[in-house]
Design a protein around this ligand. Structure first.
Ligand code: NAD
Length: 480
C-alpha cells in the first residue's frame, strides 16, 4: 500500500505545493515519514474562502433531491474504495485496519442519512392573527459557507459528519483536517468531487492550525464554524466566532464515567468495557474513563479489567492480529506519562501499564489506576489515551454525584439489570449521550453532542442537519 501524494483542494485545484511551506506526515506505528503535506498560507486561505462563497451560490440552487443524488454517488465511491481509504487511515493514524474499515463504511452511512433527511427539511405554515395575510411560512435555508476543523482520532468519520450535513443542507465547506492525518480526509473529498459536488463548494486546507482557523473564521464569506477538538481550542474559536456573530458548533472533549451497579451482570459489564475502553487506544472523545464500581463487585471488576487490558495484542494497525495500535503522535506519549506520573506521585495505585512500550512507534501500555486523588489532573481532565481509573461506591446517589462532578458532559455509561435504575440514570446523568448496558451511543441516526464544557449543538441525527440551517419567516400579504 502506498500512501497517496498529499495535496490541498483550493478553488477547484489540487495543490501539491502552497505558500505556507510543508510538513512531514508520520506513521505512528514505526515513526517513518509517509509524505509531505503542503501548508496553506494567507493566499490559499483567502482563495478557499472566496471559492466557498462562489460554490455556495451554485450548490444551494440544487434541490434537496439533486443534492441527495450527488451525495449518494459520493458514498457509493467511498464504499467501493473503503479498503484503500481504510489503509491510508491506518497508516497515518495507527488504528487497527478493521476499525478503520468500519469507520469508512459508517461514515458513508452518516452522509447517506443526512442526505436523506435533507429531503424532509419541512417548514410550517402558521395561521395569521390579522386579516390581509395570504400566508405565513417558516422555512429552513442553508446557513452559508462553513469552516470545519477536525482532529486526528477519527480522520474520516469526523470530516464526514461535517461534510455530509453541510453539503446535504446546501452549504459549501472549507475543511481543515488535522495535519497529522490529512490523507484519508483527502480521499473522502475526492469522492465528493468526483461524484459531482461543484469544485468551488468543497475546499480542503491544512496549515498552521491557529492561523488557518483565525483567518477563516474572520473571513466575511464564512457564516458557520464547526469544530471538533479539545475544550481549550474550542473556547478560543468560540471567542473568534462571537466577534463576527457566526454560528458555532463546538464538539469538545469528554471524561466519561461508567457506573457498574450492584445488580449489574459483572461478566457482561467487563466483556463490554474492555474493548470500549481500549478502542482506538482510548483516543475517543466518548471513551469510558472513570469506572465507578459498586463495592461488592470492586475487586472482581478491577481484576477482570486489568486481566483484559494486559491481554490486549498491541501492534501496528496493519497487522490483522492487532487489537490496540499506537497513539497518534509523539506528543501523546509524553502527555500520557505526565497523567500517570502525577497521579502516582499524589497517591494513586497503578494496577497495570503506566509507561511507553519499548519498541519503535508511539505505543503506550493499557493502563489502569485506582485510589486516584480528586485533585490530580487525571481525575479532572480527559487523558485521551488508554488510561482507566477505578473507584468503589456504596449508594446510587453517591455514584451519580461522582459521575456528574465534572466540567465535561459528553458520554456516560452504566450497567444495571434494574429498569427503574436504568431510567433514573438516564434522567439524572448530566451528559449529551447516556448508554445503559451499551457503549454504542454514536449512530448515524442519533444526535451526538456534549453538555457543559463538552460543547453545545449536535452532529448526526436530524439535529446534525439543522445545525447547518437558518430559520426564515416569510409573511405574504394581500397585494392591495
Ligand atoms: P485539538 O483541539 O488540539 O485539535 C483539533 C483541531 O483544531 C485540529 O484540526 C487542530 O489542528 C486544530 N487546532 C489545534 N490547535 C489549534 C489552535 N490553537 N487554534 C486553532 N486550531 C487549532 O484537539 P486534538 O488533541 O487534536 O483532538 C483531541 C480532542 O478532540 C479531544 O479533546 C477529544 O475529546 C476531542 N474530540 C471530540 C469529539 C466530539 O465529537 N465531541 C470527537 C473527537 C474528538
Amino acid at each position: 500500500m502506498t500512501y497517496p501524494q498529499l495535496a490541498l483542494h483550493v478553488a477547484g485545484q489540487w495543490l501539491t505545493q502552497a505558500s505556507g511551506g510543508e510538513r512531514d506526515v508520520i506513521n505512528p506505528a514505526d515513526e517513518s515519514v509517509l509524505g509531505k503535506l503542503p501548508l496553506a498560507g494567507q493566499a490559499e486561505l483567502a482563495a478557499a474562502a472566496e471559492a466557498a462563497q462562489r460554490g455556495f451560490l451554485q450548490w444551494r440552487r440544487l434541490s434537496a433531491l439533486e443534492r441527495f443524488t450527488v451525495l449518494r454517488r459520493a458514498t457509493d465511491l467511498m464504499r467501493s474504495r473503503a479498503q484503500h481509504i481504510a489503509a491510508v487511515l491506518t497508516l497515518e493514524q495507527g488504528k487497527p485496519l478493521t476499525e478503520a474499515l468500519r469507520e469508512v463504511t459508517l461514515s458513508a452511512d452518516i452522509i447517506d442519512f443526512q442526505a436523506e433527511e435533507a429531503k424532509r427539511l419541512y417548514g410550517r405554515t402558521v395561521p395569521p392573527r390579522v386579516p390581509g395575510i395570504l400566508s405565513q411560512t417558516v422555512m429552513r435555508q442553508p446557513v452559508g459557507p462553513v469552516a470545519a476543523f477536525t482532529p486526528w482520532n477519527f480522520p474520516v468519520n469526523l470530516p464526514s459528519r461535517k461534510l455530509g450535513s453541510a453539503l446535504a443542507a446546501g452549504c459549501s465547506v472549507v475543511i481543515k483536517p488535522a495535519e497529522e492525518t490529512p490523507g484519508s480526509c483527502m480521499e473522502v473529498v475526492r469522492c465528493f468531487l468526483e461524484a459531482g459536488v461543484p469544485p468551488d463548494a468543497l475546499n480542503l486546507v491544512c496549515g498552521q492550525a491557529a492561523e488557518v482557523s483565525s483567518t477563516l473564521i474572520a473571513h466575511e464569506a464564512i457564516r458557520k464554524v464547526s469544530f471538533t477538538g479539545s475544550v481549550a481550542v474550542g473556547k478560543l474559536l468560540g471567542e473568534q466566532c462571537a466577534r463576527g456573530v457566526k454560528r458555532y458548533t463546538p464538539e469538545l472533549g469528554g471524561h466519561a464515567p461508567v457506573i457498574v451497579c450492584e445488580d449489574a451482570d459483572l461478566s457482561f459489564a467487563l466483556k463490554s468495557s474492555i474493548p470500549a475502553k481500549f478502542r482506538n487506544a482510548g483516543q475517543v472523545c466518548a471513551s469510558p474513563i472513570r469506572f465507578y464500581v459498586h463495592r461488592t463487585h470492586f475487586d472482581a471488576f478491577a481484576q477482570g479489567l486489568v486481566k483484559g487490558a494486559m491481554a490486549l495484542k498491541i501492534g501496528a494497525g496493519s497487522d490483522a492480529s492487532t487489537q490496540m495500535g499506537p497513539l497518534a503522535h509523539a506528543g501523546r506519549l509524553d502527555d500520557m506519562q505526565r497523567f500517570v506520573d502525577e497521579a502516582v506521585a499524589m497517591g494513586a495505585r497503578l494496577l497495570c501499564g503506566g509507561k511507553r512500550v519499548a519498541r519503535p512507534g508511539y505505543f503506550f501500555e493499557p493502563t489502569v489506576l485506582t485510589d486516584v486523588p480528586a485533585g490530580c489532573r487525571l481525575a479532572r481532565e480527559e487523558p485521551f489515551g488508554p488510561i482507566a481509573t477505578l473507584a468503589a461506591f456504596d449508594t446510587l446517589d453517591e455514584a451519580i454525584g461522582l459521575a456528574n462532578a465534572s466540567r465535561y458532559g459528553l458520554g456516560a455509561y452504566a450497567f444495571t439489570r434494574d429498569l427503574v435504575t436504568a431510567h433514573r440514570l438516564g434522567e439524572e446523568i448530566e451528559a449529551g449521550m447516556v448508554g445503559i448496558n451499551h457503549f454504542g451511543v454514536s449512530q448515524p441516526e442519533l444526535p451526538f453532542g456534549g453538555w457543559k464544557e463538552s460543547g453545545h449543538g449536535q452532529e448526526m441525527g436530524l439535529e446534525g442537519l439543522l445545525a447547518y440551517t437558518d430559520v426564515k419567516t416569510v409573511v405574504v400579504g394581500v397585494p392591495s
